[in-house]
Design a protein around this ligand. Structure first.
Ligand code: ATP
Ligand code: MG
Length: 244
Protein backbone atom coordinates (compact mmCIF):
# COMPACT_ATOMS: atom_id res chain seq x y z
CA UNK A 1 0.00 0.00 0.00
CA UNK A 2 1.23 3.51 -0.76
CA UNK A 3 -0.01 7.05 -0.34
CA UNK A 4 -3.70 7.28 0.22
CA UNK A 5 -6.15 10.17 0.53
CA UNK A 6 -7.48 10.73 4.03
CA UNK A 7 -10.96 12.10 4.64
CA UNK A 8 -10.99 13.70 8.07
CA UNK A 9 -14.03 13.69 10.31
CA UNK A 10 -15.70 17.03 9.46
CA UNK A 11 -16.37 17.56 13.18
CA UNK A 12 -12.69 17.30 14.07
CA UNK A 13 -11.47 20.16 16.27
CA UNK A 14 -8.33 20.69 14.22
CA UNK A 15 -7.73 19.58 10.64
CA UNK A 16 -4.80 20.09 8.29
CA UNK A 17 -6.28 18.84 5.04
CA UNK A 18 -4.51 18.12 1.79
CA UNK A 19 -1.42 20.01 2.88
CA UNK A 20 1.25 20.46 0.20
CA UNK A 21 4.30 22.66 0.68
CA UNK A 22 7.76 22.97 2.13
CA UNK A 23 10.43 25.45 3.08
CA UNK A 24 10.70 27.25 -0.25
CA UNK A 25 12.47 24.52 -2.22
CA UNK A 26 10.94 21.23 -3.24
CA UNK A 27 7.70 20.29 -1.51
CA UNK A 28 8.11 18.30 1.70
CA UNK A 29 4.41 17.62 2.31
CA UNK A 30 2.36 15.99 -0.41
CA UNK A 31 -1.41 16.18 0.02
CA UNK A 32 -0.94 15.36 3.70
CA UNK A 33 -3.94 15.28 6.03
CA UNK A 34 -3.94 15.10 9.83
CA UNK A 35 -6.75 15.81 12.25
CA UNK A 36 -7.79 15.43 15.87
CA UNK A 37 -11.24 15.10 17.44
CA UNK A 38 -12.30 16.83 20.63
CA UNK A 39 -10.74 15.37 23.75
CA UNK A 40 -8.95 12.70 21.76
CA UNK A 41 -5.29 11.87 21.22
CA UNK A 42 -4.05 11.70 17.62
CA UNK A 43 -0.52 10.44 17.04
CA UNK A 44 1.75 10.93 14.03
CA UNK A 45 4.52 8.40 13.52
CA UNK A 46 6.93 7.65 10.70
CA UNK A 47 10.62 7.41 9.86
CA UNK A 48 13.16 10.20 10.45
CA UNK A 49 12.74 12.93 7.87
CA UNK A 50 9.21 11.79 6.96
CA UNK A 51 7.89 15.30 7.46
CA UNK A 52 6.20 14.84 10.83
CA UNK A 53 7.57 18.09 12.28
CA UNK A 54 6.92 19.85 8.99
CA UNK A 55 3.27 18.76 9.13
CA UNK A 56 3.01 20.08 12.70
CA UNK A 57 4.61 23.40 11.70
CA UNK A 58 2.20 23.65 8.76
CA UNK A 59 -0.79 23.13 11.04
CA UNK A 60 0.59 25.76 13.44
CA UNK A 61 1.18 28.30 10.67
CA UNK A 62 4.96 28.23 10.50
CA UNK A 63 5.03 27.15 6.86
CA UNK A 64 3.42 28.56 3.72
CA UNK A 65 1.24 25.90 2.18
CA UNK A 66 0.96 25.79 -1.59
CA UNK A 67 -2.19 23.74 -1.32
CA UNK A 68 -4.49 22.62 1.43
CA UNK A 69 -6.31 24.13 4.33
CA UNK A 70 -6.10 24.24 8.10
CA UNK A 71 -9.36 24.47 10.03
CA UNK A 72 -9.90 25.02 13.75
CA UNK A 73 -13.45 24.40 14.98
CA UNK A 74 -14.56 24.52 11.36
CA UNK A 75 -12.99 27.92 10.70
CA UNK A 76 -10.40 28.33 7.96
CA UNK A 77 -7.23 29.54 9.69
CA UNK A 78 -4.80 28.76 6.86
CA UNK A 79 -3.68 32.37 6.53
CA UNK A 80 -3.28 33.14 10.23
CA UNK A 81 0.01 33.67 12.07
CA UNK A 82 1.04 31.23 14.82
CA UNK A 83 0.35 33.93 17.40
CA UNK A 84 -3.21 34.39 16.10
CA UNK A 85 -3.68 30.62 16.33
CA UNK A 86 -2.54 30.65 19.95
CA UNK A 87 -5.14 33.33 20.56
CA UNK A 88 -7.76 30.98 19.10
CA UNK A 89 -6.85 28.11 21.40
CA UNK A 90 -3.90 26.28 19.89
CA UNK A 91 -0.82 25.39 21.92
CA UNK A 92 2.39 24.04 20.40
CA UNK A 93 5.45 22.40 21.93
CA UNK A 94 8.12 22.21 19.21
CA UNK A 95 10.60 19.35 18.94
CA UNK A 96 13.63 21.46 19.83
CA UNK A 97 14.38 24.60 21.83
CA UNK A 98 11.02 24.41 23.58
CA UNK A 99 12.10 26.03 26.87
CA UNK A 100 14.13 29.07 27.94
CA UNK A 101 17.03 27.30 29.73
CA UNK A 102 18.43 30.28 31.63
CA UNK A 103 15.04 31.33 32.98
CA UNK A 104 13.45 29.74 36.03
CA UNK A 105 10.70 27.14 35.70
CA UNK A 106 8.15 29.68 36.87
CA UNK A 107 9.40 32.35 34.45
CA UNK A 108 9.02 29.80 31.64
CA UNK A 109 5.39 29.29 32.64
CA UNK A 110 4.86 33.06 32.83
CA UNK A 111 6.34 33.43 29.34
CA UNK A 112 3.88 30.79 28.16
CA UNK A 113 1.04 33.03 29.26
CA UNK A 114 2.33 35.98 27.25
CA UNK A 115 -0.92 36.57 25.38
CA UNK A 116 -3.03 36.64 28.53
CA UNK A 117 -4.03 39.76 30.41
CA UNK A 118 -6.02 38.06 33.15
CA UNK A 119 -4.86 36.32 36.32
CA UNK A 120 -2.69 33.33 35.41
CA UNK A 121 -2.24 31.94 38.95
CA UNK A 122 -5.04 29.38 38.73
CA UNK A 123 -3.61 27.97 35.50
CA UNK A 124 -0.13 27.88 37.02
CA UNK A 125 -1.48 25.93 40.01
CA UNK A 126 -3.12 23.49 37.56
CA UNK A 127 0.22 22.97 35.84
CA UNK A 128 1.92 22.43 39.22
CA UNK A 129 -0.83 19.98 40.15
CA UNK A 130 -0.21 18.05 36.95
CA UNK A 131 3.60 18.20 37.35
CA UNK A 132 4.33 18.52 41.11
CA UNK A 133 8.11 18.38 40.64
CA UNK A 134 7.91 21.69 38.76
CA UNK A 135 6.48 23.39 41.83
CA UNK A 136 9.41 22.14 43.93
CA UNK A 137 11.83 23.42 41.28
CA UNK A 138 9.99 26.60 40.33
CA UNK A 139 12.90 28.89 41.26
CA UNK A 140 15.50 26.75 39.48
CA UNK A 141 16.80 27.49 35.97
CA UNK A 142 14.87 25.26 33.57
CA UNK A 143 18.12 24.28 31.83
CA UNK A 144 19.35 22.60 35.03
CA UNK A 145 16.45 20.15 35.09
CA UNK A 146 16.50 16.55 33.81
CA UNK A 147 15.30 15.82 30.27
CA UNK A 148 11.92 14.60 31.44
CA UNK A 149 11.45 17.59 33.72
CA UNK A 150 12.37 19.99 30.90
CA UNK A 151 9.68 18.35 28.76
CA UNK A 152 7.24 18.91 31.61
CA UNK A 153 8.20 22.59 31.59
CA UNK A 154 7.62 22.74 27.83
CA UNK A 155 4.19 21.10 28.09
CA UNK A 156 3.30 23.24 31.11
CA UNK A 157 4.35 26.39 29.26
CA UNK A 158 2.00 25.52 26.38
CA UNK A 159 -0.86 24.86 28.81
CA UNK A 160 -0.55 28.37 30.24
CA UNK A 161 -2.67 29.85 27.42
CA UNK A 162 -5.47 27.37 28.27
CA UNK A 163 -5.47 25.81 24.79
CA UNK A 164 -8.30 23.69 23.43
CA UNK A 165 -5.82 21.82 21.24
CA UNK A 166 -2.31 20.96 22.33
CA UNK A 167 0.27 20.01 19.69
CA UNK A 168 3.33 18.11 20.95
CA UNK A 169 6.32 17.26 18.75
CA UNK A 170 8.16 14.30 20.32
CA UNK A 171 7.40 15.10 23.97
CA UNK A 172 9.28 12.00 25.16
CA UNK A 173 12.45 12.51 23.12
CA UNK A 174 15.54 11.47 25.05
CA UNK A 175 13.82 10.28 28.22
CA UNK A 176 13.92 6.86 29.90
CA UNK A 177 11.05 4.37 29.41
CA UNK A 178 9.78 5.04 32.94
CA UNK A 179 9.72 8.79 32.39
CA UNK A 180 8.07 8.22 29.01
CA UNK A 181 5.24 6.20 30.62
CA UNK A 182 4.82 8.91 33.22
CA UNK A 183 4.60 11.64 30.55
CA UNK A 184 2.09 9.62 28.54
CA UNK A 185 -0.05 9.27 31.68
CA UNK A 186 -0.02 13.03 32.10
CA UNK A 187 -0.92 13.51 28.43
CA UNK A 188 -3.89 11.15 28.87
CA UNK A 189 -4.88 13.18 31.94
CA UNK A 190 -4.72 16.41 29.89
CA UNK A 191 -6.90 14.86 27.17
CA UNK A 192 -9.46 13.80 29.80
CA UNK A 193 -9.96 17.45 30.71
CA UNK A 194 -11.25 17.95 27.15
CA UNK A 195 -8.05 19.25 25.55
CA UNK A 196 -7.41 17.59 22.20
CA UNK A 197 -3.87 16.29 21.68
CA UNK A 198 -2.06 16.11 18.34
CA UNK A 199 1.33 14.56 18.94
CA UNK A 200 4.34 13.31 17.02
CA UNK A 201 6.12 10.37 18.62
CA UNK A 202 9.17 8.27 17.90
CA UNK A 203 8.08 5.74 20.53
CA UNK A 204 5.52 4.56 18.01
CA UNK A 205 4.22 1.44 19.77
CA UNK A 206 3.65 3.09 23.11
CA UNK A 207 2.15 6.20 21.55
CA UNK A 208 -0.25 4.29 19.28
CA UNK A 209 -1.36 2.32 22.33
CA UNK A 210 -2.79 5.51 23.83
CA UNK A 211 -3.94 7.03 20.51
CA UNK A 212 -7.54 7.24 19.38
CA UNK A 213 -6.23 7.94 15.89
CA UNK A 214 -2.86 7.25 14.31
CA UNK A 215 -1.17 8.56 11.18
CA UNK A 216 1.84 6.92 9.59
CA UNK A 217 3.61 9.46 7.39
CA UNK A 218 6.25 8.52 4.82
CA UNK A 219 7.97 11.05 2.56
CA UNK A 220 5.51 13.76 3.43
CA UNK A 221 2.44 11.71 2.56
CA UNK A 222 -0.15 9.64 4.45
CA UNK A 223 0.80 5.96 4.30
CA UNK A 224 -1.54 4.42 6.89
CA UNK A 225 -4.38 5.99 8.87
CA UNK A 226 -6.54 4.17 11.39
CA UNK A 227 -7.28 3.86 15.08
CA UNK A 228 -4.18 3.38 17.21
CA UNK A 229 -5.26 -0.17 18.04
CA UNK A 230 -5.85 -1.11 14.38
CA UNK A 231 -2.42 0.20 13.36
CA UNK A 232 -0.78 -1.74 16.19
CA UNK A 233 -2.53 -4.89 14.98
CA UNK A 234 -1.72 -4.41 11.28
CA UNK A 235 1.05 -6.84 10.24
CA UNK A 236 2.39 -4.52 7.52
CA UNK A 237 2.53 -1.54 9.84
CA UNK A 238 4.20 -3.68 12.49
CA UNK A 239 6.79 -5.05 10.10
CA UNK A 240 7.63 -1.74 8.41
CA UNK A 241 7.30 0.79 11.21
CA UNK A 242 7.12 -0.91 14.60
CA UNK A 243 10.06 -3.27 14.37
CA UNK A 244 7.97 -6.45 13.80
N1 ATP B 1 13.94 24.44 8.11
C1 ATP B 1 14.05 23.59 7.08
N2 ATP B 1 14.47 24.02 5.86
C2 ATP B 1 14.59 23.17 4.82
N3 ATP B 1 14.31 21.85 4.88
C3 ATP B 1 13.91 21.35 6.07
C4 ATP B 1 13.76 22.20 7.23
N4 ATP B 1 13.34 21.42 8.26
C5 ATP B 1 13.24 20.17 7.77
N5 ATP B 1 13.57 20.13 6.46
C6 ATP B 1 13.54 18.94 5.60
O1 ATP B 1 12.18 18.48 5.53
C7 ATP B 1 12.15 17.05 5.54
C8 ATP B 1 11.24 16.60 6.66
O2 ATP B 1 11.82 17.00 7.90
P1 ATP B 1 11.02 16.92 9.25
O3 ATP B 1 11.85 17.58 10.28
O4 ATP B 1 9.64 17.42 9.07
O5 ATP B 1 10.96 15.34 9.49
P2 ATP B 1 10.53 14.53 10.79
O6 ATP B 1 9.60 13.47 10.32
O7 ATP B 1 10.03 15.46 11.83
O8 ATP B 1 11.90 13.86 11.23
P3 ATP B 1 12.46 13.48 12.71
O9 ATP B 1 11.85 12.15 13.04
O10 ATP B 1 13.93 13.38 12.50
O11 ATP B 1 12.07 14.57 13.66
C9 ATP B 1 13.59 16.57 5.66
O12 ATP B 1 14.05 16.25 4.36
C10 ATP B 1 14.31 17.78 6.20
O13 ATP B 1 15.65 17.80 5.76
MG1 MG C 1 10.63 15.90 13.72
Amino acid sequence: MSEHPVTPNPDAVLIGEGMTGGYGGADILHNCTIAVNKGEIAVIVGPNGAGKSTAMKAVFGMLNLREGQVRLDGKDITGLTPQARVGMGMGFVPQTRNIFPSMSVEENLEMGAFIRHDDIRTTMEQVYHLFPILKDKRRQAAGELSGGQRQQVAVGRALMTKPSVLMLDEPTAGVSPIVMDELFDRIIEIARTGISILMVEQNARQALAIAHKGYVLVQGANRYTDTGQALLADPEVRRSFLGG
